[in-house]
Design a protein around this ligand. Structure first.
Ligand code: ADP
Length: 219
C-alpha cells in the first residue's frame, strides 16, 4: 500500500532523515515512535505528501502504486483530497464553522453535491456518537468531541489511508482511549491503513507494528 525508499531530508545542512525505507500493507496500523526531534513528523509529512524529500534519484514514495513524488501540485491536491485522511494533534477544525460544516468541506472541495455530503456527514457523525453536536461550533465541544469531528472530516471522502500526528497528544486518558479504539474499529469496518506518530504508549502498544525512529534512522 505504501512503499517508501531511500528518503532523506536535510534542514540547514543537518540531516533530519537519513535514507529511510518503509513498507506498509493495506489495513495495517503502524505507529512511528521515538524521542522528540528524531524526525517523526518530518517523515510523516513526506509519506503523506505534505512535504518533499531531498532530491535524490533513488528516493521514492509510492502510495497505492502511484509515485507521489512525481505528481504536480494540482494532481497532488486531488490525490490528497480523495485518497488520504489527516488527523493532527490540534484538531485544526475551522472555528467559525459548525461540526457538520467542517466535516463536509473535503467533500465540497472534491465536487460532491452539498445535500448528499450533509447526509453522509450525518451518518458518519452519528456512527461516532456525535449526532447531538452536529450544529455546534468547535469551541462548544470537548477536546474528545473535537477530535472525533476531525476523524469524521478525515473519513468523508472514504480514504484508503489515514495519517495521524499525535492524535491523542491533547486529550485526557478517557478520550484518548475512545479515539484509539475508534481507529481499530475503522480498520475493521473499512480496512483503512493507519500511519500514526505518537508518544502515547497505550496506542503504540496496540498497533500492529511499532517503528522506532532515532536521529533520522530506524533504531
Ligand atoms: P519529531 O517529530 O520526531 O519530534 P521533527 O520531524 O519535528 O521531529 O523534527 C526533526 C528535526 O528537524 C528537529 O531538529 C527540527 O528542529 C528540525 N526541523 C523540522 N522541521 C523543520 C523546518 N521546517 N525547518 C528547519 N528545521 C526543521
Amino acid at each position: 500500500m505504501i512503499s517508501v525508499k531511500n528518503i532523506s531530508k536535510t534542514y540547514n545542512n543537518k540531516k533530519v532523515l537519513d535514507k529511510i525505507d518503509l513498507e506498509i500493507n493495506q489495513g495495517e496500523i503502524v505507529s512511528i515512535v521515538g524521542p522528540s526531534g528524531a524526525g517523526k513528523t518530518t517523515l510523516l509529512n513526506i509519506i503523506s505528501t505534505l512535504d518533499k524529500p531531498d532530491v535524490d534519484t533513488l528516493s521514492k514514495v509510492m502510495i497505492d502504486n502511484i509515485d507521489v513524488t512525481n505528481l504536480n501540485d494540482s494532481k497532488l491536491s486531488k490525490f490528497r483530497n480523495t485518497q488520504i485522511g489527516f488527523i493532527f494533534q490540534f484538531h485544526e477544525l475551522l472555528p467559525e464553522f459548525s461540526a457538520i460544516e467542517n466535516v463536509i468541506i473535503p467533500a465540497i472541495i472534491k465536487g460532491e453535491n452539498k445535500e448528499s455530503s450533509i447526509k453522509k456527514a450525518m451518518e458518519i457523525l452519528d456512527s461516532l456518537g456525535l449526532s447531538r453536536v452536529v450544529n455546534q461550533q468547535p469551541s462548544q465541544l470537548s477536546g474528545g468531541e473535537q477530535q472525533r469531528v476531525a476523524v469524521a472530516r478525515a473519513l468523508i471522502n472514504d480514504p484508503k489511508i489515514i495519517f495521524a500526528d499525535e492524535p491523542s497528544g491533547n486529550l485526557d486518558s478517557k478520550s484518548s482511549e475512545l479515539l484509539h479504539k475508534l481507529f481499530f474499529d475503522l480498520r475493521k469496518k473499512h480496512n483503512i491503513t493507519f500511519v500514526i506518530v505518537t508518544h502515547n504508549k497505550d496506542l503504540s502498544n496496540m498497533t500492529d507494528r511499532k517503528l522506532n525512529l532515532v536521529d533520522g534512522k530506524w533504531a
